[in-house]
Ligand binder design. Sequence first.
Ligand SMILES: NC(=O)c1ccc[n+]([C@@H]2O[C@H](COP(=O)([O-])OP(=O)(O)OC[C@H]3O[C@@H](n4cnc5c(N)ncnc54)[C@H](OP(=O)(O)O)[C@@H]3O)[C@@H](O)[C@H]2O)c1
Length: 297
Amino acid sequence: MTGDDNRPSPARRRLGRTGTTVHPIGLGAMPLSLEGRPGPGQACEVIRAFAEGGGTLIDTANAYCLDNSEIGHNERLIRDCVRRLGIRDRMLIATKGGLTRPQGRWETDGRPEFIRASCEKSLEDLGVACIDLYQLHAVDPKVPFTDTLGEMARLREEGKIRCIGLSNVDAGQLQTAMQRVEIVSVQNRCHLLAARDLASGFVELCGRLGVTYIAYSPVGGHHGHVELARQPLLQELAARHGCTPYGIALAWLLAQGEHVLPIPGASRVQSICDSLAATRIRLDSGDLARLDAMARR
Ligand SMILES: NC(=O)c1ccc[n+]([C@@H]2O[C@H](COP(=O)([O-])OP(=O)(O)OC[C@H]3O[C@@H](n4cnc5c(N)ncnc54)[C@H](OP(=O)(O)O)[C@@H]3O)[C@@H](O)[C@H]2O)c1
């Protein structure tokens, strides 16, 4: 993994209890491969802007594509851009396995043999010998969770994965997993209009367990971001802080704990540049109290 950095930098956030630190804002690469995706040239410009702005963690998945015929689309795109830009050494690439895309639907497959085959294909599609962070995309209710985890642990023992993460899990599943294998991160949906993990104390629990909480859809989601940006409170605070409503949404998430890492998606350069700038927004306690109240509604 290449996010290692021994220089003390308050701006960087630690990945789990590892020695690796990353920029507090990651890039969610999903919009670069779903419907409405940009061409490869624009996608590469988004990644370039992210790297030039200091970004270090790119979140992908083998299932970020239109359907099963192009599994690995997003991973290959990232591999090609990162190679072209010569930035592999600066990037931590987090991918996922455990979902399929029949006719564009999202379905779970946590069978050990499927996880192994997916991981091996991700190694090839990312063009790496070891995956920096491999996340289980979702728990498969048809397969004993411990069987899926056992295979991920074996892949790590074989040197194919450096760190293991989970996605779309609850506190019970995280604790079950942690009894069997080291988990460095949880990736769940969390934004101002969907803050269940904050209300339930799950985000706080992750912090106590030394697990990085990666907040996905942090500005409202692939389609929902437009509604979030229209919220009057976000517009008011954005005007006062001289930033966008997106910046306010991200700054609020960053304020939830040093272990919280939002990964806003972007298919435009302007979006990712604006998101990276959220680290410079200083919300005061009054702002945070009002945003917390909004998140509780
Ligand atoms: N683990 C999971 O099950 C799961 C599920 C969903 C998402 N994710 C991950 O989380 C990432 C983010 O989630 P998401 O893409 O669903 O939703 P999101 O980050 O909440 O919103 C994405 C959209 O919001 C727009 N946007 C973001 N920041 C902006 C800014 N600063 N200014 C203006 N527009 C901005 C972008 O528009 P443009 O496209 O126009 O730039 C982008 O397409 C995904 O890319 C993926 O990596 C994981």
